[in-house]
Design a protein around this ligand. Structure first.
Ligand SMILES: Cc1cc2nc3c(=O)[nH]c(=O)nc-3n(C[C@H](O)[C@H](O)[C@H](O)COP(=O)(O)OP(=O)(O)OC[C@H]3O[C@@H](n4cnc5c(N)ncnc54)[C@H](O)[C@@H]3O)c2cc1C
Length: 454
């Protein structure tokens, strides 16, 4: 059988590419060794956001003095239902676009030949979208019982009593927030100087105090030195004596690329030192005709990056072009109740690169929407070039729904809209997205809801 394109991996990156190619008339096969939809649909974005939605709702009731509870298994059931429906939706699309789903592990034998289940499949183009796996703690694999990752947590049969989250990056912090909102005793431990190590200190400090206000124990600059599993889990770390027992350890110390056993080294596809696939212009790997998209190429490990990369790689195949997404305009999102979302450079990046900038940190607490949703917490930090306010280098929002509204700021960072234009936009009241108009007014020195002394 000869295909125009074979896609390895049916996660968000792989299926976006497959659909784009098939709807343009190409003969497409998509190879999947596990579940259609990959990490995002089955174990990541979708189930975690079901938990997030429910746990945040419970927190809101508590914040207003009420009492609310929900059985763990009901949340698992809801998550499972939604995951199943998303997966079925994909199968429906594959069917209707004529995409052939091939279940099995793909190994690339030569630049035009993929082997699956002992069969050789020939393709004019191959897109690798094989994603990542959770990285285990050195010396402690995942047992699914005491030492768990995101593939276990959202399907546990019983509520965990006490959870240690190892790793204060996006997955660790989001998980700690969910668990705390569900009333589960939670600690988070991070080896780097602060949680959210890729964000600036001021942002991390706000989220740290927000988590602490919910009762989460936050330890930073504190590598775990030893783990003992024995009727519960105990640990030793640099900044604690240990002795505390947890019934589960949730490990979120990073992701490792799914590149093993796929024959990539044999055919000369170049990998970086961590095993991620190196891609050049248009998501082309070092071998002509083989493309790679999504998490397996490293950088920002988020679904919207994988989706756009899948679409662009498909368009490159269709049009012989070399389009790529500018990594600087990929928003980073942290669904943490008081959410964080950012796009562009951090202050840290700019300092390291020696780029001069002006910082404007604007509180968002004058917005009724912010007060209703998180009380008196929330700000936005705009970093712009000293010579021109409209040359924006970075935007960092700490506010409820920040991850929903960061997209509205993209025209600003792309230089497609000016603060003057934003200041006159009738952005709907009463929403957190109104912040965009308020911020523009503030930057232009003509705010309505602030009193600026002359
Ligand atoms: C807990 C959690 C929450 C997250 N929440 C969000 C969020 O809210 N928003 C967001 O943007 N991102 C989120 N992410 C990140 C998001 O899940 C990933 O960025 C996204 O899944 C990457 O998609 P992908 O297509 O590159 O890879 P994957 O989704 O990892 O898919 C790769 C697929 O390839 C298959 N595969 C691998 N090797 C082979 C092979 N040799 N043969 C056949 N099949 C193979 C795998 O089985 C898998 O199905 C979250 C991640 C986690 C873990």
């Amino acid at each position: 059988m000869k295909y125009d394109a074979l896609i390895i991996g049916s996660g968000v990156g792989g299926y976006s590419a497959a659909i784009m190619l098939a709807r343009n008339g190409l003969k497409v096969g998509i190879i999947e060794k596990h579940l259609v939809g990959g990490e995002c649909v089955n174990y990541g974005c979708v189930p975690s956001k079901v938990f997030y939605h429910i746990s945040s709702s419970l927190r809101i009731v508590r914040d207003y003095g009420g009492n609310a509870n929900i059985e763990w298994r009901n949340i698992v059931e809801k998550a499972r239902d939604i995951v199943d429906s998303m997966r079925n939706g994909l199968l429906y699309l594959f069917d209707n676009y004529g995409i052939e789903l091939i279940n099995g592990f793909a190994r690339i034998e030569s630049p035009r030949m993929v082997k699956v289940n002992g069969k050789h499949l020939e393709a004019k183009n191959i897109i690798i979208a094989s994603g990542t796996d959770p990285k285990p703690l050195p010396g402690h694999g995942f047992d699914g019982e005491r030492i768990i990752n995101n593939r276990h947590l959202y399907y546990l049969e019983k509520t965990p009593d006490r959870v240690l989250v190892i790793g204060g990056g996006v997955i660790g912090v989001e998980t700690a927030n969910i668990l705390a909102d569900l009333g589960i005793e939670t600690s988070i431990i991070e080896a780097a100087e602060h949680i959210l190590p890729f964000m600036d200190k001021d942002i991390a400090a706000t989220i740290r105090s927000y988590l602490k206000s919910k009762g989460v124990v936050v330890r930073e600059n504190c590598p775990v030195e030893e783990i003992t599993v024995n009727n519960g889990v105990r640990f030793k770390c640099r900044c604690c004596k240990g002795g505390e027992a947890y019934d589960k350890v949730f490990v979120a110390i990073g992701r490792k690329p799914n590149t093993h056993g796929m024959g990539l080294e044999n055919i000369g596809v170049k990998l970086d030192s961590k095993g991620f696939i190196i891609v050049g212009k248009g998501y082309r790997t070092s071998i002509p005709g083989i493309y790679a998209v999504g998490d397996v190429t490293g950088g920002v490990l988020l679904a919207h990056k994988a989706i756009i990369e899948g679409i662009l790689a498909a368009k490159n195949i269709l049009g012989g072009s070399e389009r790529s997404l500018d990594p600087l305009i990929i928003p980073k999102t942290y669904f943490t109740g008081l959410e964080v979302a950012s796009v562009g450079y951090t202050e840290n990046d700019l300092k390291k690169k020696g780029i001069k900038y002006v910082k404007k940190r604007i509180p968002l607490t004058m917005l009724a929407a912010v007060r209703i949703k998180t009380g008196k917490k929330g700000f936005i930090k705009i970093l712009h070039k000293p010579e021109n306010v409209d040359e924006v280098l970075g935007i960092h929002i700490v506010a409820p729904h920040a991850s929903e509204i960061i997209g509205e700021y993209l025209p600003l960072i792309l230089g497609k809209m000016s603060f003057r234009e934003y200041a006159e936009l009738p952005v709907p009241h009463l929403t957190v997205s109104e912040s965009i108009r308020e911020v523009a007014e503030y930057i232009l020195g003509e705010p309505i809801h602030y009193f600026l002394r002359k």
